[in-house]
Design a protein. Structure first.
Length: 149
């Protein structure tokens, strides 16, 4: 799918937020930003922001409650998870349930903890998925402590 003006700046912010994550030997450090259709930030989050099991997209979406997100884009430094061990619903399902129709990320989830199936799940539910691999090194940086990251 096509990149839009502003995508790299918002994704860069998500990568910056990932730097704020407390390091964990059992989870990725990820940042996420939710932006409305007019290019205004609605919410942001990062892994382990409030709870050791928080994922970035989950933390950002939790701030929005039942808002209409049909025109929103979720920017995440890492592919939203499609499987999860710590909570019953992975981030890709939370994104679909919130009504978000577009996701942009930098780095495809390596099979370090679970199989990376988030993009596949999103596409199967009609969500536009845009990958900007030129920012993947920025997304990997806060995860340098993880073997194979």
């Amino acid at each position: 799918m096509a990149e839009r003006p502003g995508d790299r700046a918002w994704l860069g912010l998500a990568c910056d937020l990932a730097e704020r994550c407390p390091p964990s030997p059992t989870a990725f450090s990820v940042g996420a930003v939710v932006v409305d259709g007019d290019g205004r930030e609605l919410a942001r989050g990062f892994s382990r922001q409030h709870d050791p099991h928080d994922h970035a997209e989950e933390a950002a979406l939790a701030r929005l409650g039942a808002a209409d997100l049909s025109g929103a884009t979720v920017y995440s430094s890492l592919e939203p998870c499609g499987r999860r061990g710590s909570r019953p619903r992975p981030c890709a399902e939370l994104i679909v349930a919130a009504g978000v129709r577009r996701v942009v990320f930098a780095w495809s989830e390596p099979s370090l903890f679970v199989e990376g199936t988030g993009a596949e799940l999103l596409r199967a539910h009609g969500v536009e998925v845009v990958v900007i691999p030129e920012l993947a090194d920025r997304a990997r940086r806060p995860n340098a402590h993880l073997p194979g990251a």
